[in-house]
Design a protein around this ligand. Structure first.
Ligand SMILES: [Zn+2]
Length: 152
């Protein structure tokens, strides 16, 4: 089976986007950063729907997602968080956790209303140093919120 989200777990140690490992998945900075600080929370199990997870695991996955969203909000000073679990393009559960700021898009609404060419433009790609800074900021907040030593 070919799944790019499952592959993220195999390359975990050498992945510059990797922020943190939690019980039910891994946190990474998203490769698209039109909205600075956007993070992904990739489930450690290859399923496409929340209800396919064992109940206790599902509850833990949701709890960890909420904790990560708090960390993203604090790390990137959001005015509002957006939570998206789509998995249409890649059928493996992964949350998009997006820190939103007042006036960050031409019209109020989901980030996907921004044209694709702008979302994925080279102009909004972080440099290596910017990516590193984002990873460290989010890892720092997660360490406080999850209240355990850094796991990476
Ligand atoms: Zn997968």
């Amino acid at each position: 089976m070919n799944c790019i989200m499952c592959d993220e777990f195999k390359k975990a140690e050498n992945n510059p986007f990797l922020v943190y490992k939690l019980e039910t998945g891994i946190v990474e900075m998203a490769w698209y950063q039109r909205f600075k600080g956007t993070a992904l929370f990739i489930c450690s199990k290859h399923v496409t729907e929340l209800y396919q997870l064992p109940h206790d695991f599902m509850m833990k996955y949701l709890e960890e997602m909420a904790l990560i969203s708090e960390a993203v909000s604090k790390a990137f000073n959001s005015d509002k968080m957006n939570y998206e679990l789509l998995s249409n393009g890649v059928p493996h559960l992964h949350w998009h956790l997006i820190p939103r700021h007042d006036g960050d898009s031409p019209q109020k609404g989901p980030i996907w209303w921004v044209p694709r060419e702008e979302m994925y433009s080279d102009a909004v790609k972080p440099t290596e140093a910017e990516l590193n800074e984002m990873v460290n900021k989010l890892r720092h907040e997660l360490t406080i919120i999850v209240n355990k030593p850094e796991s990476i």
